[in-house]
Design a binder for this molecule. Structure first.
Ligand SMILES: *[C@@H]1O[C@H](CO)[C@@H](O)[C@H](O)[C@H]1NC(C)=O
Ligand SMILES: *[C@@H]1O[C@H](CO)[C@@H](O)[C@H](O)[C@H]1NC(C)=O
Ligand SMILES: *[C@@H]1O[C@H](CO)[C@@H](O)[C@H](O)[C@H]1NC(C)=O
Ligand SMILES: *[C@@H]1O[C@H](CO)[C@@H](O)[C@H](O)[C@H]1NC(C)=O
Ligand SMILES: *[C@@H]1O[C@H](CO)[C@@H](O)[C@H](O)[C@H]1NC(C)=O
Ligand SMILES: [Ca+2]
Length: 587
């Protein structure tokens, strides 16, 4: 038996050891709390700093089918583009910058960083009635930027597939989308006519139709939405805003060129004799005004100093009546849907105070597929494997650095066309549209005056004034414009290449930017080298993803709206009415 005292002692020692356990435990707990607290302390300070995001805002303005010679900075006096020109002269003019011949392939390259031959997007475009899109296995630009903490928005045209909702913008990394899914649309009623008898309304906020906006001009709607997004943006987060304008792509075939009368009236001038080009000029002028409004909104919000602004066309201008449009790529040969320079070398510029160099014409090869790796690198993202685009920032930032020496322009075996660029040489085989566009397309536009004052007083120039990258003086502007203007002698039939007749074409772009002098016979060894380059690219090509049209897509079955029709059960009672038209409209 234990004595009462012994029991007491044991109790006490038990209590003591329990106390020790409690003490040890609470000490550990306190240490944990301290460690956790210490983790929070520096965070609390840095969250204040985070109000000014270190990652740059990225504003990508994509024009649709804008011609090389439809911007003032390439030497035309016809259509004033004071806001775009102000950005060009204050930033860097990209004068050896490639896209692809058409909308869908170019947009796929922009969003994946891959050449379309590697995603199956190389052949033609997606028609609204076709059940295909950019593969869901592809990771898109906005998805990368979401991971980096960006707010991501798309305003405007998509054209990368919509037959199922998973293919549409808000399922592919964009927080919001206001715009349309098809390749073109009426600027007022927002209907898209994709083939005879296949037409429907196509303006949406995310998955919701916006029929309330019938009657409002598309370019203005997109511009206002971009400004609204900037105004409403939480400036503690970085922003990726892609403004994918419909302008100056033609609307539907019945009324291809559309702009408000009061704006068209401005362009009923001697310098623009063609009445259709007067409307086109108004469309481009409104596009330019939108650029000014966006820059101005960024400035008001205090975002401009930490922004990268890129302006680019998605392919060459649609001229000579392609899509019933009247763009000018003069003096370049060819236009939209050709592999000539006029189809693939597009107007482009980058403006950013983050670039150490500005006020220069960049004559190094670069491409629309470079933006994904370039912008990711600047935003501090990891580099991405398995893409074709290259980070061109070091070269933009430092004149002593180069980009790269060669780029595949296009391989489309279904149309027997291919082209590759290496150094100064471009090789080209085959042509489109039976050679209809194998000439220089559009007006020269050299008559009249260049309105320098208009640039200096533009909305963009006023906003740029308050940054470290303002508009340079008029001597610098004139010099840059001269450097960015391409001049070529007129065609001489003795030297012209005729790909339609099966001729191989080789050009020295450094001497002959207009592809007028065929060197293929003179330099057979270079031709062979270029062909072997093409063969190497070709080995890595994947099959085009294009699919036959689906009659059930017809908007007439869906209240005259273009829909993600494959997500719904067929409307079986309507099947007897299905007729699929043979004739498709041009891309
Ligand atoms: C659409 O146009 C009408 C009439 O001009 C205007 O009152 C309305 O504000 C416009 N809506 C938008 C969203 O721009
Ligand atoms: C751009 O160049 C400057 C030096 O001229 C350098 O300090 C800066 O780090 C460069 N930026 C990038 C992102 O390479
Ligand atoms: C620019 O690039 C050259 C060549 O790579 C290099 O020697 C030079 O240091 C760079 N300049 C700056 C300012 O980084
Ligand atoms: C492409 O070339 C092949 C072989 O010469 C020919 O059979 C085919 O019809 C051509 N296709 C087009 C679109 O020209
Ligand atoms: C690419 O390869 C395919 C299949 O081997 C061939 O039919 C086609 O002619 C090649 N195209 C080019 C441009 O080399
Ligand atoms: Ca286009």
């Amino acid at each position: 038996m234990m004595s009462a005292e012994a029991m007491e002692t044991k109790k006490i020692s038990r209590l003591r050891s329990r106390l020790v356990v409690v003490l040890v435990a609470s000490t550990v707990a306190m240490l944990v709390v301290l460690v956790v607290l210490s983790l929070f302390v520096p965070r609390a300070t840095s969250s204040e700093e985070q109000n000014k995001p270190t990652k740059p805002n990225i504003i990508f303005i994509l024009a649709d089918d804008l011609g090389w010679n439809d911007v003032g900075f390439h030497g035309s006096n016809q259509i004033p583009t004071p806001n775009i020109d102000a950005l060009a002269y204050s930033g860097i003019i990209l004068n050896d910058y490639y896209a692809t011949p058409l909308c869908t392939p170019s947009r796929s390259a922009l969003f994946t960083g891959k050449h379309p031959i590697h995603t199956g997007m190389q052949h033609e475009v997606i028609y609204g009635f076709e059940p295909w899109g950019l593969g869901l296995e592809e990771r898109l630009l906005p998805e990368y930027f979401k991971d980096l903490g960006y707010a991501t928005h798309l305003v405007g045209k998509w054209h990368l597939g919509h037959f199922k909702k998973e293919y549409t913008p808000t399922f592919r990394g964009f927080d919001s989308h206001f715009g349309y899914w098809c390749g073109h649309t009426d600027y007022y009623d927002h209907n898209s006519e994709e083939a005879l008898a296949f037409w429907g309304h196509d303006l949406k906020s995310g998955m919701m139709t916006r029929r309330d906006l019938v009657g409002n001009y598309t370019t203005t709607l997109f511009s206002d939405e971009a400004v609204r997004l900037i105004d409403a943006h939480d400036a503690s987060e970085p922003m990726l805003l892609v403004v994918s304008h419909s302008a100056p792509h033609a609307g539907n075939p019945a009324i291809p060129l559309q702009a408000p009368d009061d704006i068209v009236d401005k362009f009923k001038v001697e310098n623009i004799p063609d009445p259709r080009r007067q409307i086109y000029a108004a469309m481009v002028w409104l596009l330019d005004r939108s650029v000014g409004q966006i820059i101005s909104a960024l400035s008001r919000k205090g975002m401009l100093d930490n922004s990268i602004v890129i302006f680019s066309s998605d392919n060459g201008g649609a001229g000579a009546n392609y899509n019933r449009n009247v763009a000018s790529n003069w003096p370049l040969r060819g236009g939209k849907d050709t592999i000539w320079e006029g189809g693939v070398k597009v107007a482009g510029l980058i403006w950013s105070p983050l670039l150490k160099e500005a006020n220069k014409v960049f004559n190094k090869i670069c491409s629309i597929q470079d933006w994904l790796p370039t912008l990711l690198a600047v935003a501090g993202g990891k580099s991405v494997d398995g893409i074709d685009g290259k980070n061109i920032w070091p070269a933009l930032n430092n004149s002593s650095r180069d980009t790269y020496d060669q780029i595949l322009v296009q391989i489309d075996d279904l149309r027997n066309i291919s082209a590759v660029r290496k150094g100064r040489y471009k090789f080209l085989s085959g042509t489109t549209w039976k050679g209809r566009y194998d000439v220089s397309i559009g007006s020269e536009g050299r008559k009249g005056e260049y309105d320098l004052r208009g640039i200096q007083t533009s909305e963009a120039a006023s906003a740029l004034k308050r940054t470290t990258r303002p508009l340079p003086n008029k001597f610098v502007i004139k010099n840059l414009r001269n450097l960015a203007t391409v001049t070529c002698p007129p065609d001489d039939d003795r030297f012209i290449c005729k790909p339609l007749e099966g001729e191989d074409c080789l050009f020295d772009l450094s001497q002959d930017p207009c592809e007028a002098i065929n060197l293929a016979r003179k330099y057979p060894h270079i031709v062979n080298h270029m062909k072997s380059l093409l063969a190497t690219y070709n080995e890595t090509a994947v099959q085009p993803r294009n699919q036959e049209g689906d009659p059930l897509s017809n908007p007439k079955f869906w209240r005259y709206e273009w829909t993600n029709w494959k997500d719904y059960k067929d409307p079986p009672h309507l099947k007897s009415h299905l007729v699929f038209p043979e004739k498709r409209l041009e891309a």
